[in-house]
Design a protein around this ligand. Sequence first.
Ligand SMILES: [Zn+2]
Length: 669
Amino acid sequence: MKRVLVFLITIMAITACNKNPFLQKWDNEYAFPPFDKIKTTDYAPAVKAGIAQQEAELKAIIDNKETPTFENVIAAYELSGDILSKVNGVLFNLAESDATKEILDVVDTLTPVLTEHEDNIFMNKDFYNKVAAVFADSASLDREQYMVTKKLYNSFVRNGVALDDAGQAKMREINKQLAILAQKFGNNLLAENNAFEKEIGVPVSSYPTFMTTCTDRAKREAAFKAYSSRGNHDNANDNKAVLLEIMKLRTQKAALLGFDNSADFILADKMAHDAKTVDTFLASIMGPAVGKAKEEVVAMQKIMDEDIKAGAVEAGAKIQPWDWAYYAEKVRKAQYDLDENQTKPYFRLENVRNGVFKAAEKLYGVHITSVSGLPVYNPEVKTFRLTNADGSLVGIFMADYLPRSIKRGGAWMTNFREQYVDAEGNDVRPIIANVCSLGQPDDSLHLLTIDEVQTVFHEFGHALHGFLTKCRYKDVSGTNVARDFVETFSQFNENWAFQPEILATYAFNGDGQVIPDSLVVKINNSLKFNQGFMTSELCAASILDMKWHELTSDTDWANFDVAAFESKVCKDMGLIDEIIPRYKSTYFNHIFNSGYNAGYYSYLWAEVLDKDAFEYFVQKGIFNPEVAKSFKETFLEKGGSEEPMTLYRQFRGADPDPAALLRARGLIQ
Ligand SMILES: [Zn+2]
């Protein structure tokens, strides 16, 4: 009887296992994730099985007695971990877009397990030695193979695999402390944000609107002071000591790996390559940006002077940081006369989405059609099929555009499946989602603001980067490129949003009338509004980020004065008193808690390529088929299979002109 029971339990366990969708072949149409069959209880056993699978695959690579080659080391690794790719693709996407309590609990439980698995791979010296052997003999590799090998090799080195045991132990300790401190920085900021809301009466997310609309100057001043001093109140939530400790450890980590400062370590595998290059780049933007901002102050002061005359503001008052948004809005109304209530009826979400598709069809020759019947993770998700002119599949697009209480704020593109060539030589096409929270919850037509229209184009630009890619290896396909390159195609795609030819295909109001030319002109003019300020505060934050990460290990951290450092950095960069960096150090979450350290410049950096490329399109005709074909085939399709600048030169026949960014923002003529 007992034996029968054991037998029965084993059978049941196998059956349960077989029903786990992650452990089965997804043989539905497009091998689409079977969201309708996935249960919360499937993740943990799938991760366990996935880790076991990849460990076995790695063991086979390491135990192979043949001479290490690209195929038996790098390509074999690229194809490993199939189960984990499936589980992670679903789990970590849902944790952002459809984050039920159950999913978040699963993520909490599985994250440490998966982190440990990753550490086990990238601290494995036997595996590293094989990768290093292939990298050392890279002359026989083609460019894509070389780029994949280099990327994998760098992942090891940057994790400290080449250090001796004491060095590795120190590295592990630094990483552990850094993770704790980053969390602490974020928690302190959260508490300070709540304190701000309590004091001022509006949440931090509404601060920009408050500063634009609040007519009471004293209240604006109080709000500005509370906002810009978050994390700097010498209380339990003060972030000064936390960020200094973070910087100290980051500098130590860079030194362990042979770098003078953290910025040079971070940048070594980025497009910009070193801190000096980024500094020079940012300085070239700061001058014209501040120049324009000074003109903007003059225009605002004129309006303020009228308020002084009318007795609404005290005599002798000058524009202060807390006046900027309020008076800029008055200038905008006077100079641009743009009322979004007039434009919104033409920007119905569904129509805007069609416009984005039309632009892609016109430029890159893809066809985009709706597909029904795929088992989506939420009924609000719409699915589309992208095909080439010959009918072959480009990929599956999931549009998840509406706000939900269990969706993270913001907008992003994500892959549920990357593009790659499988072991049988099949080109596996990607499944990509754009996730946003567009429109107002009480508006069933989902009428979008100008900013939201740009967001739809931006995120689909990332999607196109992922869709059109033609690579062989996952690690370099699509958007798997350097952080300071990845915003290029998304920002580039925004250029098409308000082109009259594209607007004519999508911007219809409820009566089917296309947006009038007068509004199109107003929209396009207003895109250059307040750019002196916007560029200055963005560039100032980027420079502040760089200056922190250029500090060296001989810095006297114990006696470091954060405020004095910050004001010296702002003075040296030529920032005017009316503007502060978009983020000050004690609430600069991007660089102290979310991976943008020595990386906040990336948006501006990528914008140079985007604007230079767009100027070229304008010169040759924005729908010039030869230019679009060359852009697609020499640049957009290539992912990380070649250095970005090499790809760009192949397309453009020249280096990008940094002034293209300044022209596009209206900072120079
Ligand atoms: Zn983006």
